[in-house]
Design a protein around this ligand. Structure first.
Ligand SMILES: [Zn+2]
Length: 318
């Protein structure tokens, strides 16, 4: 099969072996997949991953031990878990001690003709979610995770730091939750999207850190985002950290102590809510699609997606 593989560099492989499903996994023919900041971080060494990249996908089940899944259009949760360890048994299966992660750690991803996943990971899509919306389910679920982790009641000053792919999803989810959110970003065309969605926004250049925000959701994708978040959050406020930047940065963490800041890491989220949000048109994603590329042009597509200001790049496969 065709696949986009990372092994020190990214390459297109026209004849990679198809995944086997001998261990009871479900086999999915991929229709299309989205390029995520995490994919770009992996190419800089994040997670030390080698293999097929890609974890935001939509596809059709071609083989499964659960026969009712065959022919269904699905999206898939990315954590492949054991179901037996202490964390799995205590309801924290996304943190399973033996987990592998689709296209990120120990499990080939979806920039390929076929991908395998346990049937448990799959969600059947309603007709009201099209293939373009479907590639946003995984990142949108990560956005919904923010409102699972923090209480927004009475929080008046909430900032999403970063106007990238994830920041713009988080901002819509917070707006829908009735939160008076504003986005701080660098790119006029993205801040114009916020205006279209009735979300307040400010250019980063206009921001003077005043330690006045109740909540800051850090979605910059950069190592310096946390430092800026520490400058704008109020004492005893909350920073939700979404970026997984590969290149670390020495930061003075003393302000977290002095200002008694709550710092919350935030990763994967609920697929059900994300699918419902898309089906009910509560979250708009079509404006986030910047370019479509064929799998054969995957290397160039990754390079394009890494350029500043670029939103979602979709890799067409099926
Ligand atoms: Zn486990």
């Amino acid at each position: 099969m065709r696949a986009l593989v990372f092994d020190k560099t990214v390459s297109f492989q026209p004849r990679r072996n198809e995944p086997t499903t001998a261990d009871g996994d479900t086999l999915i023919k991929v229709i299309q997949a989205g390029i995520c900041a995490t994919d770009l971080e992996i190419t800089k060494g994040y997670m030390g991953f080698t293999g097929v990249l890609g974890h935001e996908f939509v596809g059709v089940v071609v083989d499964s031990p659960q026969k009712e899944l065959v022919g269904q259009r699905v999206v898939g949760e990315i954590n492949i878990v054991c179901g037996r360890c202490d964390l799995c048994l205590s309801g924290l299966s996304s943190h399973c001690r033996q987990r592998s992660v689709l296209g990120i750690s120990g499990h080939d991803g979806a920039f390929a003709d076929f991908v395998r996943l346990p049937a448990l990971n799959l969600h059947i899509l309603p007709k009201t979610v099209d293939d373009d919306q479907a590639v946003f389910v995984e990142p949108l679920a990560a956005a919904y995770q923010v409102i699972k982790q923090i209480k927004l009641d009475g929080r008046k000053w909430v900032t999403v730091l970063g106007d990238g792919r994830l920041g713009l999803l988080v901002a819509q989810v917070l707006r829908n939750a009735g939160c008076p959110v504003r986005v701080i970003g660098k790119y006029p065309q993205k801040l114009a999207l916020c205006e279209k969605w009735s979300i307040r926004s400010r250019p980063l250049a206009d921001i003077v850190p005043r330690h006045d925000q109740d909540v800051v959701v850090e979605c910059t994708g950069t190592a310096s985002g946390l430092e800026l978040a520490m400058g704008i959050v109020r004492p005893r406020g909350t920073i939700v950290l979404k970026s997984t930047a590969a290149v670390g940065k020495a930061i003075n963490l003393a302000p977290l102590v002095v200002d008694e800041i709550n710092l919350i890491g935030s990763r994967c989220g609920p697929f059900r809510e994300a699918i419902a949000g898309l089906a009910e048109k509560q979250v708009e994603v079509a404006s986030l699609i910047h370019r479509r590329s064929r799998l054969e042009q995957g290397v160039e597509a990754m390079e394009f997606a890494a350029r500043p200001g670029v939103l979602k790049v979709i890799v067409s496969i099926g």
